[in-house]
Design a binder for this molecule. Sequence first.
Ligand code: DGL
Length: 273
Amino acid sequence: MTVGAPIGVFDSGVGGLTVLKALVAQLPRERFVYLGDTARLPYGTKSPETVVRYALQAADALAGYGVKCLVLACNTASAVGLTAVSERIRDVPVIGVVEPGAQAACLASRSGHIAVIATEGTVRGGAYQDAIVRRRSDARVSAVPAPLFVALAEEGLCHGPIAESVARHYLEPVFDSHADASRPDTLVLGCTHFPMLADAIRIVAGPQVRIVDSAETTARCVRLTLEAENLLSEGGEGSLRLLATDAADRFARIGGRFLERPIRPHEVELIDL
Ligand code: DGL
């Protein structure tokens, strides 16, 4: 594997661009190939078998671009498919977002009571719960599916009364049902889309709750892994290639907000998996 090979980043759609943004910020000299499976999203409502099948197909496709590292930026795909993908793609490091997010949450929490919001599939699979308890046996995890946040983020309804009222719907039962001392002190945003709603979530959770965004910690984990494997690009220009399985226009329009830079539709290449 060569230092100049690209890093592959995979998500069910545009959400993983929040992870890509963090990766580009930490690794500006790297070449990235990002694949969003826009033809088949959402993954969060699908069965684990289907998500694993899709994740393997996407991983095979990115392996075909000669990547030196594969990042599963999708929480749902990481939660149910990381083991299967790591067993298939054995020659390069495969990094998901769940383990780095769980690690950051365990470090951030003083009380050990950690709330996780994610898609239905991620919560159902229990990967965050397991990863947290494996690191901190004293931890108590309150995991809640928050699927409407995905639609809100894609609609651009990230601030204001609608976002805050949906945040109250999901978060008040978690934060208000506990006496002050036993409320979660840490909240994991366990879905690619949720950092877009961080302000509304913060208003409802309260200023004392630590919010963990797994994008940042995953980017750090990728950098450390590349360093350890002597695969970090030290020179050269960074670049980004965007692939999607459907709807390049929509990918560009919505993805630009997630990546925080405009994406032109012709920058998005359509591929079949
Ligand atoms: N990318 C997915 C995740 O992080 C959210 C969108 C979907 O359900 O496909 O879980």
